[in-house]
Design a protein around this ligand. Structure first.
Ligand SMILES: *[C@@H]1O[C@H](CO)[C@@H](O)[C@H](O)[C@H]1NC(C)=O
Ligand SMILES: *[C@@H]1O[C@H](CO)[C@@H](O)[C@H](O)[C@H]1NC(C)=O
Ligand SMILES: *[C@@H]1O[C@H](CO)[C@@H](O)[C@H](O)[C@H]1NC(C)=O
Ligand SMILES: *[C@@H]1O[C@H](CO)[C@@H](O)[C@H](O)[C@H]1NC(C)=O
Length: 373
């Protein structure tokens, strides 16, 4: 009887709400909604850190999309990429307050997948308060790809100096080509060893285990770091890719010290990622105008992989990127890969993965009406 009464009361309340709501009322999704598929590192506010953090939505009948962002959002703006139905990312600059996200016409009965991802390694904070959809829109579950890449690195993986940051860099290009989910933790200027380098107060061997990137130190309203709860990386990565060492070399970390640091880092990663292949990039080096390329830590990366094998861990692989990048692939003033350079790297890494035995997924599991099957 009690149950019947409460059902009647609830129904009455629901009917009262349904009849008093204006006919054009929008659908507001709270930041805690379980169908928001977050990726990357989000603090409790909830706000993004690290280039490449963001979220995905699978929406039926999507016509309009607004983001209400809170005061921890980078001022005056942060640049995010918006991809609809797995199309290319278009930059939208968003700020504290209400932001209308431009969308192509979709229409009733259609299913849309919207992916929103931060571009920059700095000024990359988007504090989500709520998402507002058109009346009649309905949030559906987003089913992640079976492939999930975790990339760990520095400026060479963060897409520093590119217009759209990480969205034009090899980690995103590779994961898009393989129809894979991606998490990137790439900190420009940071060494792997936990030492100050180029304005970073910590190295990646420390910061990888934190929610915040090292930009926290320059952030007056959040000048601290918190541990990252790796259980939030759901689903966990299927492949871990590491490309690091340039800033250890520039800080004169010796080869022996670098190798020991790297091995300790991999040992700690193995406590999180027990069975996943770990792919260790050798440097592609710093090309010069005269056609030469200077490589840091020659031999070290192969020794690191051999040392893991000697410990019985055969699931660590060397990705030999020697010769992948030449002078024509980099910006002359900073020798970081250009957009075309990143496309070349992604093509070569994709080829490496295929010959290693990993094929791209045939289709994204969350279907979008705008995408032919
Ligand atoms: C976003 O803001 C940046 C920095 O102000 C600007 O250079 C860029 O043109 C803007 N992009 C768009 C798409 O508005
Ligand atoms: C953050 O705190 C450190 C001291 O721990 C200080 O040196 C630094 O200037 C602070 N940064 C900001 C932006 O307030
Ligand atoms: C590293 O060594 C070079 C060559 O000795 C020196 O010029 C440079 O200042 C050193 N860098 C650091 C960060 O110690
Ligand atoms: C990496 O490739 C280069 C160029 O092909 C080759 O000279 C070098 O021996 C390779 N290194 C390893 C560790 O296989």
């Amino acid at each position: 009887m009690f149950h019947l009464i409460s059902i009647l009361l609830c129904t009455a309340a629901w009917m009262a709400q349904a009849t008093t709501a204006p006919p054009d009322h929008e659908v507001t999704i709270a930041d805690t909604h379980p169908l928001i598929a977050f990726h990357g590192r989000w603090d409790a506010s909830p706000g993004t850190w690290w280039a490449g953090s963001g979220f995905k939505l699978n929406v039926e009948n999507l016509e309009t999309l607004k983001l209400n962002l809170g005061p921890h959002t980078t001022s005056p703006l942060t640049s995010v990429g918006v991809s609809v139905d797995y199309g290319p990312y278009a930059t939208v600059n968003v700020s504290e307050g209400a932001n209308t996200i431009p969308l192509p016409a979709s229409g009733a009965g259609k299913n849309s997948v919207v992916r929103i991802t931060t571009e920059g390694w700095q000024n990359n904070r988007m504090q989500l308060e709520s998402i507002v959809l058109n009346k009649g829109a309905e949030l559906k579950p987003y089913t992640p790809s079976k492939l999930v890449f975790q990339v760990i690195g520095d400026s060479l993986s963060a897409g520093q100096y590119l217009d759209q940051g990480v969205l034009q860099a090899w980690p995103v290009l590779t994961s898009e080509a393989f129809k894979a989910e991606l998490r990137v933790n790439a900190q420009p200027g940071a060494a792997l060893k936990d030492i100050p380098a180029w304005g970073n107060v910590h190295g990646v061997s420390f910061e990888y285990f934190r929610t915040e990137d090292t930009g926290f130190f320059y952030t007056a309203d959040h000048n601290y770091t918190t541990p990252w709860d790796f259980a939030r990386d759901a689903p966990p990565p299927t492949h871990v890719v590491i490309h690091i060492g340039a800033n250890d070399a520039s800080q004169n970390v010796t080869a022996a010290d670098f190798e020991a640091t790297y091995l300790a880092f991999v040992a700690r990663l193995r406590t999180l990622y027990r069975a996943q292949p770990i792919l260790v990039f050798t440097p592609w080096g710093w090309p010069a105008a005269d056609g030469t390329v200077s490589y840091y830590y020659p031999g070290s990366y192969a020794r690191i992989v051999e040392a893991r094998h000697a410990l019985g861990d055969r699931n660590v692989f060397l990705v030999n990127t020697t010769g992948w990048v030449s002078w024509t692939d980099v910006f002359p003033d900073n020798t970081h890969p250009t957009e075309a350079g990143h496309q070349k790297i992604a093509g070569l890494f994709g080829g490496w993965l295929k010959s290693w035995g990993l094929l791209p997924e045939v289709a994204w599991p969350t279907k979008a009406s705008g995408v032919p099957l």
